[in-house]
Design a binder for this molecule. Structure first.
Ligand code: FE
Length: 333
């Protein structure tokens, strides 16, 4: 009698602690590298006791995996970069609304899905980088003006296969329509100094090395290279300050449709949009906090303030297919 009571009690305890453990963890599939996300998750675990398990891979395989795992997915959250990618995830039906008033309060609506499927966590501008040796910033004005004849043989671009350029082109289509955008993009292609590059670092290095005079890059790549070499002969310029502003994109996160721990996941996202996490998360990769109440790091603030385009970034997803075809027609490889 005593013994069986003891066994029953032990069984009950095991069940309870099993349930507690399940709620005390959140699983994140992340296309951002460990060193960018681990400091944030570690801080969350220290503060709340909730463990954050994550796996990292490229966004396409992660999204395919969540889709294939279906109701059995261990993933609560998908963390990735670019509104174009998050929009794709939304279209695949692998996300569900976050349903958090805290997130809506913390993050401006232009950096969230209009269906509440994902939210931005950090921001980056895709802007002009120029040679401090061969370009007077007074010669620069807009993205569009880089298509002018004066930049012939002076522009460097990354490949059009990268979602960052597809998103930039998508917002140009939203602003100018397809015909005018194709004209602009053709102008860029005509002005190329050399073949397109595989990544943004190569574009900045080409400007620094004198291979080209101007390029288009995400701000944090400049931040990294400038930190490694303060003598870098390249600087950032904020275009379109007299009209719509600089193209800003994001890294962001969405709750998976079949998240095993939706409530714990929601709480983690709410915390990630709050002040402490925003500083760590944005600061680690020299990005801008998506929560406007939080200041960027000193090194990021040193690039100067700028007016950002207020276009909802999900346009990058909505017009992605159109942008890809347009870039192809215009000969952007
Ligand atoms: Fe990047």
């Amino acid at each position: 009698m005593q013994a069986s009571k003891g066994i029953l009690a032990a069984l009950a305890l095991a069940t309870v602690s099993g349930a507690l453990q399940a709620a005390d963890e959140v699983v994140v599939y992340s296309s951002r590298i460990d060193e960018l996300i681990k400091p944030v998750f570690d801080a969350y675990t220290r503060e709340t006791g909730v463990r954050v398990k994550f796996i990292t891979d490229k966004e396409a395989p992660l999204m395919a995996r969540i889709k294939a795992e279906g109701e059995n997915t261990p993933a609560d959250l998908l963390l990735t970069v670019d509104a174009g990618n998050l929009w794709q995830a939304e279209q695949m039906g692998i996300l569900q609304p976050l349903g958090s008033a805290v997130v809506k309060q913390n993050i401006p609506s232009q950096y969230r899905s209009s269906n509440d499927a994902w939210t931005g966590l950090s921001l980056r501008a895709r802007t002009i980088v120029y040679s401090t040796e061969r370009v007077d910033p007074a010669e620069l004005s807009t993205y569009e003006a880089l298509a002018d004849d004066e930049w012939e043989g002076r522009l460097c671009l990354r490949t059009s296969k990268k979602v960052y350029n597809q998103s930039l082109t998508a917002t140009l289509i939203e602003t100018h329509g397809a015909e005018k955008t194709e004209e602009i993009v053709r102008g860029w292609v005509d002005n190329l100094a050399t073949d397109v590059f595989a990544d943004d670092n190569a574009v900045i290095q080409a400007v620094d090395a004198g291979l080209c005079d101007v390029g288009l890059v995400n701000t944090y790549y400049y931040g990294r290279l400038h930190k490694a070499d303060p003598q870098l002969k390249a600087r950032l310029f904020w275009p379109n300050q007299q009209d719509r502003g600089v193209h800003v994109n994001l890294s962001g996160i969405g709750l998976t449709r079949h998240a095993p721990h939706p409530e714990a996941a929601r709480q983690l996202v709410e915390w990630m949009t709050g002040e402490q996490a925003q500083s760590i998360f944005a600061g680690t990769n020299q990005e801008y906090p998506a929560n406007p109440a939080v200041q960027p790091s000193e090194e990021v603030a040193a690039w100067g303030e700028f007016k950002a385009d207020t276009i909802p970034v999900e346009v990058a997803g909505k017009r992605q297919a159109e942008a890809i075809m347009l870039m192809d027609r215009a000969g952007w490889r």
